[in-house]
Design a protein around this ligand. Sequence first.
Ligand code: TXA
Ligand code: MG
Length: 347
Amino acid sequence: MMCMRVSVSQAAQLLALGKLVVFPTETVYGLGACADNPSAVEAIYIAKGRPRDNPLICHFYNTLEIERFGIVLSSVARTLFAACSPGPLSLLLTLPQSSSLAPATGGRESIICRIPNHPLALELLRIVDRPLAAPSANTSGRMSGTQIEMIEHDLQERVTGYIDGGEASIGIESTIVDARSVENIRILRPGVIGVTELTTVLRAALLRGEIESMPVILGRSEVDVDGQSTTPGARYGHYAPHTPLIAGSVREMISRKKDIPAYIATEEWLREAGCEVGSVPVLQEGIWYLTLGSRQDLSGIARRLYYTLYQLDQLKVKKACFVNEQWGSSSLGHALKDRIERILAVR
Ligand code: TXA
Ligand code: MG
């Protein structure tokens, strides 16, 4: 396998030539191309095996750049970006007709904009000086890449250059909020920023007089008023390892069923079942045990979730059992629950 590691300036040159580059963000790595270059955007679909009706998030250097492309930020959108960007918040906004960014959105009238909070991503966006369309860096349907090694293993030579930015600090994808209306906003994909955080930001802005009224914050729904999926990606199987996963309980783990060659669970569940805990998979009496981390540290679990699934795939076992948790009511707990349900649903 020959994957080319590149510097930010080399990556910028490749992108300008219409090539694909994997770059780090604080959520997950992105598979980037210039959003206004139709053939480069087309190459993203081919590299990922992504369905054509699934549009791409666009990454911008700052809100000025978003406006430079004619995208209008309402007072609410402006407030959200001012408080949360650069950061793990993506806003669905209206895209003007005949925008040069149409290749990334598949000709839709809306676009998802994100300003990533990673120094290398921001440096790249600054040098390239145009928005980058970038879905998560993984084969379509597989778990998002959070460390360069797992992405190189997955995408290999289908991508020209790879920028190594270390382990993604959040580890799950950004929150997507439909911010096309100032009356109500809707969470389309949960993430580390949730209803609580959005409410706090908007209340403060209301007190400062930056917004006229408090928008209603609607929970997650994959289907909009027209009965159409607002984020087409929500329709597809997602975030899955190659290894078939079944959901199981700690009781099954304690009984050490011999037909299950591997278990994934929190440290607490593993200890309860009398298993060893290690940062690499632990083999005990012919069964592999992989830890997600401690349930006391949801951020750590989010950071390691997809990498743990990658470690599982390396074991090449015929199936594995995932011992799920409640995950609690925090925004991150909610997002973890969403991802894990999807990981388990593909089976
Ligand atoms: O954290 C993230 O958001 C990462 C990093 C790389 O920034 N990106 C990411 O992109 O997760 P992706 O493509 O894996 O997920 C984007 C989701 C998909 O479900 C897609 O259908 C939806 O956003 N989407 C993108 N553009 C859209 C648009 N214009 N209208 C509706 N949905 C859109
Ligand atoms: Mg994705």
